[in-house]
Design a protein around this ligand. Structure first.
Ligand code: SAH
Ligand code: DHB
Ligand code: MG
Length: 221
């Protein structure tokens, strides 16, 4: 199936279902103008994250990998007025652009943005014994996926949903010679599969972001 069909179908459903508010849309332009890579989730995927957050009744959301804040804005739109999104970003320039996008969208008060290596921030959050998250979205350096899932589990409760982006990558996940990012996905997947605390699956996706997939894992105990 040709990728231009995937794009046309995304465009069709976007026009019928996935209209974002102007501040979310402008985050894409602001990020591009600031030179950030255009690797944020698609509108349909952002809407999917928003719906997952609503289905979870999420009041506390953790994101690993902020970029310019596009997925963060979709997630923040699902929060109640006293909710919180904690989002972690390594690159100070990305974080600065994200902060600007949060202010523009008038959700800066709902979002705590931590700049630095996510594994260090996660260790600090754990030491602070913060309240558990209801939803976790992992979308950063793929080689660390397993460590992020393990850290997320420590910051979870029964019923927390953990979502991991980019687990298929054009089918590279089953490549006989996996690169580091793919090894990160496979290590994580094997570990999750052996964890009785997690019920998990992967949904493969196509669309304007190509052929990829989300892993979903629910904390069961
Ligand atoms: N979730 C975003 C896209 C994130 S792209 C969206 O859909 O809108 C991946 C981001 O992870 C990049 O901004 C990159 O700088 C960041 N990243 C890479 N390594 C990281 C690390 N060790 N800790 C935190 N963030 C990291
Ligand atoms: C890349 C990272 C992502 O999170 C994504 O959704 C697409 C691409 C990347 O590093 O190339
Ligand atoms: Mg991604």
């Amino acid at each position: 199936m040709a990728e231009n069909i995937w794009n046309a179908v995304d465009a069709y459903f976007d026009s019928e279902l996935n209209a974002a508010d102007p501040a979310i849309n402008s985050a894409i332009d602001v990020s591009a103008a600031a030179g950030l890579p255009s690797i944020q989730v698609s509108a349909a995927q952002g809407k999917f994250l928003y719906l997952l957050a609503l289905a979870q009744g999420a009041r506390r959301i953790l994101e690993v990998g902020t970029l310019g804040g596009y997925s963060a804005l979709w997630l923040a739109r699902a929060l109640p007025a006293d909710g919180q999104l904690v989002t972690l970003e390594l690159n100070p320039h990305h974080a600065e652009v994200a902060r600007q996008n949060f202010v523009n969208a008038k959700v800066a008060g709902l979002i705590e943005l931590h700049v630095g290596p996510a594994l260090e921030t996660l260790a600090r959050l754990r030491a602070q014994r913060i309240d558990p998250f209801d939803l976790v979205f992992i979308d950063a350096d793929k080689a660390n996926n397993l460590a992020y899932v393990q850290a997320a589990l420590e910051l979870s409760r029964i019923g927390t949903l953990i979502v991991v982006d980019n687990v298929v990558r054009d089918g590279l996940v089953v490549s006989p010679k996996p690169e580091a990012a793919v090894r990160g996905v496979r290590n994580m997947t094997a570990w999750i599969g052996a964890q009785s605390r997690l019920a998990a699956t992967v949904i493969q996706t196509v669309g304007s972001k190509g052929y990829d997939g989300f892993l979903l894992a629910r904390v069961q105990s």
